[in-house]
Ligand binder design. Structure first.
Ligand code: TRP
Length: 472
């Protein structure tokens, strides 16, 4: 074991183990459920295009930033900020709060997935009648008890893995579940693309209609980049903190978004063509995964089995993400309050389960309660966490790295201020930031670009979109 590791904290067993765990965190309901329906609601290709631009400018940049902070400090989200600059701990706290909120509704949707595995296994939705499937879905999520039961089951699974720790829990499961998921989604996509009329869906998904690009579309794409890559709340700080000092951070930060985006595109191509083939409205929203996919399965040979396998893998994708959300909170309590992992995991998971109950009820009995912009509880919690807390966390992260940590670094390396021109100073500053990227270990050719993005483009772009989106 690495001499730098705090005893009892845990560490990834291998680079591939880390990449799969981090990609497992990134790939989840955000890809399979949210991305296709957001694209469906926000002009298809237009949304996908905006998503890509934001991914390039913001996604890669922040991924590298978070992993770097984590590996450098070897601490949880709050502790990491604090270690570099004590007065910045509250930024980490915002992140832990976001993780708490996200998991509370994420787990409710995860529960729906479990319920759908059961429905697929018992042949309940063996019909291609989309109207019937729609009614069935609405009826299910509107009921009070059953969804809460499944939400509890989902939290229990999450707890069961996190309690095992880094190598024996998170890494072990990610290594099995991620490759299996990939194979399955390719299979479903092939089936979907070979349906009559599927091409209309492909066109919709890949043809950008620029007139559809509005402030709202851009904000939801931004929110989605953060959500899908697990950025803006210290999740990758936490995962990065279990890395040994010799990992090549730029390399890892490239693979994770690539895998995540590949799965999001595959999911879009698995779902939207089928939606068009069945003449189902593409802007159906959150019901897409639960209404349209069962219809696709009923049309294919061995569709019942296919349904079980697909929803099982969707569950795996969701679980490899939910464990990362729980780990952010657990890691904080274990590092800072010195609780045992077991105690921390059980107590926090229980609290999150309780927080999720109102989210679940807001789909039925409590649907009249509107919190923000006319949204129900679940959608409001999602909005606050994904579209407010995550972008805010992202802006602060950029400022922190570039202007707080970076300045401190440059002060350390420059010996004297005498006779220094602004240009030499700027060069030293850039060098200091470059060094941060890898803790000065790996030669990263694109470092100057990263420096520019994290200092200027990313924070400014996120701020503009964020302010516009909030007030529109
Ligand atoms: N990225 C996951 C998904 O796409 C969800 C998730 C896990 C997440 N950890 C996160 C979202 C941290 C935001 C922040 O489903």
């Amino acid at each position: 074991m690495d001499a730098n590791v705090t005893p009892g904290r845990g560490q990834w067993g291998s680079k591939i183990g880390f990449i799969l765990a981090a990609a497992g965190s990134a790939v989840g309901l955000g890809n399979l459920w949210k991305f296709p329906f957001l694209a469906g609601q926000n002009g298809g290709g237009a949304f996908v295009l905006v998503y890509f631009v934001i991914l390039l400018v913001v996604g890669f940049t922040l991924m590298m930033a978070e992993i770097t902070i984590g590996r450098h400090t070897q601490l949880n989200a709050i502790g990491a900020y604090r270690k570099i600059k004590p007065s910045w701990g509250w930024v980490g706290s915002l992140g832990v709060l976001a993780g708490f909120l996200i998991l509370s509704f994420y787990s409710v949707i995860g529960g729906w997935i479990i319920a759908y595995i059961v429905k697929a296994a018992t042949g309940t939705f063996n019909t291609s009648d989309v109207k019937m499937l729609g009614d069935m879905f609405t009826q299910f999520i509107q009921s009070a008890g059953t969804p809460i039961f499944y939400h509890g089951l989902f939290m229990l699974m999450t707890l069961g893995i996190v309690i095992g720790g880094i190598q024996q829990g998170i890494e072990k499961y990610s290594k099995i579940l991620m490759p299996a998921l990939f194979v399955m989604i390719v299979l479903v996509m092939i089936r979907s693309l070979t349906l009559d009329g599927a091409m209309a869906g492909v066109k919709f998904f890949l043809n950008p209609d620029f007139s559809k690009i509005t402030g709202t579309v851009i904000l939801s794409a931004l929110g989605q980049v953060f959500f899908s890559l697990s950025l803006g709340m210290g999740c990758m700080i936490t995962y990065g903190s279990y890395l040994s000092k010799d990992t090549n951070i730029p390399e890892c930060s490239l693979y994770i978004p690539l895998i995540d985006t590949a799965v999001a595109l595959l999911a879009g191509l698995a779902i939207l063509p089928a939606v068009f083939a069945f003449n189902f409205p593409a802007d159906a929203g959150p019901g897409l995964l639960f209404i349209t996919l069962p219809a696709v399965f009923s049309k294919m040979p061995m569709g019942g089995l296919m349904g079980v396998v697909f929803f099982t893998l969707a569950l795996f994708a969701a679980v490899t993400s939910s464990i990362s959300l729980l780990e952010v909170c657990v890691s904080y309590v274990v590092d800072e309050w010195k609780w045992t992992r077991k105690k921390a995991t059980v107590i926090i998971a229980t609290l999150i389960f309780l927080m999720g109950i109102p989210c679940s009820l807001s789909q039925g009995p409590w649907s009249e309660i509107k919190l923000i912009k006319g949204k129900c509880i679940l959608d409001s919690v999602d909005f606050i966490a994904s579209n407010v807390l995550l972008p805010l966390g992202g802006i602060l992260l950029c400022i922190f790295i570039a202007w707080v940590w970076g300045l401190r670094r440059v002060q350390k390396i420059s010996k004297t201020d005498e006779g220094k021109t602004i240009i030499t100073w700027a060069l030293e500053y850039t060098d200091a930031l470059k060094e941060i990227t890898n803790d000065g270990q790996v030669n990263f050719a694109l470092a100057p670009i990263w420096v520019f993005l994290i200092k200027w483009l990313a924070p400014v772009a996120i701020t503009i979109v964020f302010i516009q989106g909030i007030f529109s």
